[in-house]
Ligand binder design. Structure first.
Ligand code: PGA
Length: 301
């Protein structure tokens, strides 16, 4: 009978996935010698080599390949068991580190509040920053989950859409276009535009739409936050595109949502994490909570 441990199986799974001891060590927060030692113990127990070095590459032997299937089955079944315990008893302790892009501030705290109420012993932290920095954190993978308006390109990630993110054109209530219907894109392009900072996901989506229609915006002012943008719209300085979520705490009549052709731009919010990376029980529980079809996540109308 074999005597290997779950820990050794986890280490093996990470080494097989990365094809590298050092990257597996990094992911598991272990030292490289500790990873090598666990792998040696596992191979000794099984009585066959699991890996072979060909040139610079680490390859699985046929026993190693067999073991990856077994490892996936066992680890998946342990995960299911952990989740069923959580479903029965709620989480006891643990930590959830979330990173969200600026505009997500308008709904993530509410979701976290609900989650924290269900699992009071979980420590929750939220970092809000711009897209560039969210992508940097994602590349280092030190946090649990990342919330973005568009999945990153060029990074191996899993991205799950979980909520609509319609972008609308806002103007002051007394704006001359306020009562017009089906305003052509070319007409609204002539307005003075208030734009988010370069690197903002919202700004990218707006620029893409106008560029697709061979139209250019006339930027009147660039502002670094949705709040600043709203104040500038109210001051009558121009029009701006924002996520409907930004209007969450406002009376509907405070702003005018212009009826512009091609709007709203239909986007989604995504929860993203590095591909193939095992997630903590807390992170998986939060994901389940987020994706629960019973949750009403509709943006304000
Ligand atoms: P932003 O991103 O806050 O940087 O504009 C939000 C989004 O991508 O929708």
């Amino acid at each position: 009978m074999l005597h290997f441990t779950l820990r050794q199986l986890k280490v093996f799974e990470a080494v097989a996935r990365h094809g590298s001891f050092s990257r597996a060590a990094e992911e598991l927060h272990m030292t490289q010698p500790a990873v090598s030692m666990q792998m040696k113990k596992l191979a000794d127990d099984i009585g066959q080599p699991l890996l072979e070095q060909t040139g610079k590459r680490l390859r699985l032997t046929s026993a190693g390949q067999e073991l990856t299937h077994t490892a996936h089955d066992i680890l998946a079944s342990v995960k299911r068991f952990e989740l069923s315990l959580v479903a029965q008893r709620g989480l006891s302790g643990g930590q959830l580190r979330l990173v969200a892009i600026s505009t997500a501030t308008y709904f993530v705290p509410r979701l976290l509040g609900e989650f924290a109420q269900r699992h009071p012993s979980v420590k929750v932290s939220l970092r809000v920053t711009n897209r560039e920095q969210v992508l940097e954190s994602l590349a280092t993978g030190m946090d649990d989950l990342y919330i973005l308006g568009q999945p990153p390109e060029g990074l191996a990630v899993t991205a799950i859409p979980f909520m609509e993110n319609p972008l609308v054109v806002l103007a002051a209530p007394d704006h001359p276009l306020a009562r017009k219907r089906a305003i052509p894109l070319a007409r609204v392009a002539q307005e003075p535009w208030l734009l988010r900072e370069p690197g903002s996901g919202t700004r990218k989506a707006v620029e893409r739409l106008f560029a697709e229609h061979q139209l250019q915006l006339t930027p009147r002012m660039e502002l670094g936050s949705n709040e600043a943008l709203k104040q500038a719209v109210l001051a009558g300085l121009g029009v701006a595109v924002m996520s409907r979520h930004v209007l969450a705490l406002h009376a509907p009549e405070q702003f005018n949502v212009l009826d512009v052709e091609e709007f709203p731009i239909r986007r989604q919010w995504y929860v993203v994490y590095p591909a193939g990376r095992p997630r903590s029980v807390v992170a998986r529980t939060f994901l389940d909570f987020l994706l629960d079809p019973a949750r009403d996540l509709a943006p304000p109308t």
